[in-house]
Design a protein around this ligand. Structure first.
Ligand code: TYM
Length: 374
């Protein structure tokens, strides 16, 4: 429970309350990340990714097995996705940057699912035309992350359904309504599109294997909110003749407000990749911090980086250098750095990041077609 007594809720559709990751690992029955997995991935990549160094990947399922398969010389694959319900924010980019790192390190195909069907059936306020429109917009962000054009296969559930439907049907026949209810908490008032949809998200775990006619171990990088899908999929995979998919779970990038993950439903505390840099700067300057109420108090008592959304952005994304991060933390705690200056520094970094990302996003329009499955 948080101070406000808000219970932690983490589902694929809702994340609220203060997140207790240890409790989540226990509740979801996943394995905590280990230094040995980090070392094995880093050895293959030639460097330790910031997200691994900082413990942003907190847990996994069978990553060691996926690495073993790769070591044996077997082909391995990656899968991740996006529910196009709006514009992409910085939180979404976290697992996509990590996919790029893994794709480069392991020289793998990446299947990237755009669930325009999911967002249409789950979100009352969205029309199908809107989710299809966001699919196109969001695909530009995926490409701007620098993924390999030859090895990245983006597809939308509605547009490319002829590649997907047969596998999804086979998945759906293996999952009873009672299992779906237990895993996802469906209610009688939910529409039947919602109940069908998990077959679509599960199906992609097997898509590369189906297309290549070989059983290919699949690893899914995503934040931990998506885990219920994999729980369901892992139960049926072997019965369908495939390996169980492996996962690596990220923590959530917080929003710029007090507590909670970055979420499109709170646009004032989220930074979108299409935000004009000056708007993003304003959002950062209005962020909740771990500082004291006044500059004087801050200088006397110092701040608390662990409670600070601004610090979280340096930590998760924008301060690559560990020693500089420690220096920032020390300056904050000692009171020698005040929140206004710390925010202004971050605002400039994010603004530069957006300018660069938006150029890549624009360029992506020229080669979008090359990334789509056919
Ligand atoms: P969606 O669109 O909600 O999220 C896309 C990806 O971003 C992750 N994510 C975050 N990561 C860190 N910090 C945050 N604040 C944050 N918010 C979202 C999500 O975990 C996800 O990895 N149903 C899915 C679409 C999907 C999918 C998949 C996702 C289909 N197949 C396979 C991951 C893997 C969805 O709506 O994601």
């Amino acid at each position: 429970m948080t101070e406000d007594n808000e219970e932690m809720v983490v589902t694929p559709w809702e994340v609220r309350g203060e997140i207790d990751y240890d409790k989540l690992i226990e509740q979801f029955g996943v394995q905590p990340m280990t230094p040995s997995i980090t070392e094995r991935i880093a050895k293959q990549a030639g460097f330790v990714h910031l997200q691994l160094r900082r413990g942003i990947y907190l847990s996994h399922r069978d990553v060691d097995w996926w690495l073993d398969e790769h070591n044996k010389g077997n082909r391995v694959g990656l899968y991740t996705g996006r529910g196009p319900s709006g514009h992409v924010h910085l939180g979404h980019l976290l697992p996509w940057f990590f996919c790029k790192y893994l794709q480069d390190a392991f020289d793998t195909e990446l299947y990237f699912q755009m669930t325009d069907d999911e967002k249409f059936v789950f979100e009352d306020h969205l029309t199908l035309d809107q989710t299809i429109g966001y699919t196109y917009e969001n695909a530009l962000d995926v490409i701007a992350c620098g993924l390999d054009q030859e090895k990245t296969h983006i597809f939308s559930d509605t547009e490319h359904i002829h590649h997907l439907y047969k596998i999804a049907l086979r998945v759906s026949k293996r999952v009873t309504y009672s299992t779906a209810k237990a895993v996802f908490g469906f209610q009688d008032s939910d529409n039947i599109g919602m109940i069908w949809y998990p077959a679509m998200q599960a199906m992609t775990c097997f898509l590369q294997s189906e297309r290549e006619g070989a059983n290919i171990p699949c690893l899914i990088p995503a934040a931990i909110d998506q885990d219920p899908y994999w729980r369901m999929t892992r139960d049926i995979a072997e019965k369908m003749g495939y390996y169980k998919p492996a996962q690596i779970h990220a923590k959530f990038l917080p929003g710029l407000g007090k507590g909670g993950k970055m979420s499109s439903s709170m646009p004032e505390t989220a930074i979108f990749t299409i935000d004009p840099p000056e708007i993003a700067e304003k959002k950062v300057m209005a962020a909740f911090t771990g500082g004291q109420a006044t500059v004087r108090e801050q200088k006397e008592k110092g701040g608390d980086p662990t409670a600070c959304s601004v610090y979280a952005y340096y930590y998760f994304l924008f301060e690559e250098d560990d020693s500089k991060l420690v220096a920032l933390e020390n300056e904050c705690r000692s009171g020698s750095l005040v929140c206004g200056d710390c925010k202004a520094r971050l605002a400039k970094i994010i603004s530069r990041f957006l300018v660069d990302f938006q150029v890549k996003r624009e360029k992506a329009k020229d080669n979008l077609e090359e990334f789509l499955i056919n």
